[in-house]
Design a protein around this ligand. Sequence first.
Ligand SMILES: CC(C)(COP(=O)(O)OP(=O)(O)OC[C@H]1O[C@@H](n2cnc3c(N)ncnc32)[C@H](O)[C@@H]1OP(=O)(O)O)[C@@H](O)C(=O)NCCC(=O)NCCS
Length: 398
Amino acid sequence: MPREVRDVVFVDGVRTPFGKAGGMYANTRADDLVIRCIRELLRRNPQLPPERVEEVAIAATTQIGDQGLTIGRTAALLAGLPKTVPGFAIDRMCAGAMTAVTTVASGIAMGAYDVAIAGGVEHMGHHPMGEGVDPNPRIIAEKLVDPSALVMGATAENLHDRVPHITKERTDAFALASQQKTAKAYANGKLQGDLVPVAVRDPEAGWGLATVDEAPRDTSMEKLATLKTPFRPHGKVTAGNAAGLNDGATASLLAAEETARELGLPIAMRLVSYGFVGVEPEVMGVGPIPSTEKALRIAGLTIDDIGLFELNEAFAVQVLAFLDHFGIADDDPRVNRWGGAIAIGHPLASSGVRLMTQLARQFAEHPEVRYGLTAMCVGIGMGGTVIWENPHWEGGNK
Ligand SMILES: CC(C)(COP(=O)(O)OP(=O)(O)OC[C@H]1O[C@@H](n2cnc3c(N)ncnc32)[C@H](O)[C@@H]1OP(=O)(O)O)[C@@H](O)C(=O)NCCC(=O)NCCS
C-alpha cells in the first residue's frame, strides 16, 4: 500500500523545575514528576480532547521502582488520560526523551497515530547512575570497551586527552558563561514559561512548591579553578564544568501537522530530520558531531543553515569539541542562549525535551531563523541530533 510520510510538529513542551539529586524532590516520586508534566500539557492545550492522544512514550535510564512498571503507560493512566490510551517506556540513557520524541514522531509520520506525548524522567536521587546494572563481563574482558567507558566523567577526561587544545580554563569559562546566561534568562523571564510548579514535601519544613531550578549557582573563574577533579587526579573535569546529578521530568506534545491544524493546536516547531550514531564508548562526548552531520545530510542542509543550537552540556569539553569541529565560537550567540545543563541540570533521560522546549521558545522570538538544532551525547558512545524548522520563519536571512 503506497503511503505518504506526514509532517510532524512539536506542539508544546513542559518540564518540572530541575532539582539537585536528593534536594527538593527527595520525597517526591519520579512518576509523579512525569504525571505533573502530562497533566500540564493537557491543561495548557484544552482544544485537545484527551482521547485524541494515542501514544505516550516516557524515557528513563533506570527503569525500576518509581521509574519502572512501563512508565509511559502507568504515568498516562495516573495523569487521567483515558484507559484506551497506550503507553510505553524507552531508554537511550541521556537521549531518552529525545528518542521518545523521534520514535513517536516516526509513528505519526507513517500514520500509526495522530497525536502523542513524549518525554522523560530521571530521579538521580532515587536512582543513582548505574543503579542495579550488571555489565556483561565480556564487555571488558574482550576489550569491547575500556572500563572508563562506563563512567561518564572518565569519558570526558578521555576526550580532553584527544583535544588537548581545549584547556581547563576554556571549559571553566564556558561553564561560567552557562551559569551567567541561565541567570540572565531567569531574570528576563525566559525559562519560567515552560516550568510546571510541583508540590514538594519536606518532613521538617512541610509542604512547599518547586517553581525554579535548584542547581544554578553564582560562581567565578577563581572558584571554578579550585574545584576537585573527581574522575582523574590532576584531571580537568570538575563539578563546575560538568552537568550535575539532578531530578526532573519533561513532556511534549507531538502531532501530525494536519491534525494540529484540525484541532487548532499551536505549531511551535516542525520536525525536519534526526540522526543517531554510535561512536567509541570511551569518548562518548564526541557523539553529537557525527549525529549532527547525519541529520544535516538527511535534511540536505549545512551547519551554516542552523540559526539556533540547543546543545546538551553534559560536559563543557564535549560541547567545545562540537563547536570546534563546526568552526563555531565558544560564545556564538546562536548557541545555548539561555545557558545549559551545566547550570540548569541534566536529569538524564528527561533532558532532550528541555532542549526542545527552549528551542521552541526561541523560534517564536526569532522569526529570522529558519532552522534550529537540538543535540546531545549519550552514554556507551552515541550521539543524537534533531533538526527543526521554525514555523514563525519570515523568509529573511537565517
Ligand atoms: C562531577 C560530580 C561527580 C560532582 O558531584 P558532587 O561532588 O556531588 O557535586 P557537588 O554539587 O557536591 O559539588 C562538589 C563541590 O563543588 C562545588 N561546586 C559545584 N559546582 C560549582 C560551581 N559552579 N562553582 C563553584 N563551586 C561549585 C560544590 O559547592 C561542592 O563543594 P564542597 O565540596 O565544598 O561542598 C557529579 O556532578 C557528576 O558526576 N556529574 C556528571 C554527571 C553525568 O555523568 N551525567 C551524564 C552525562 S553523560
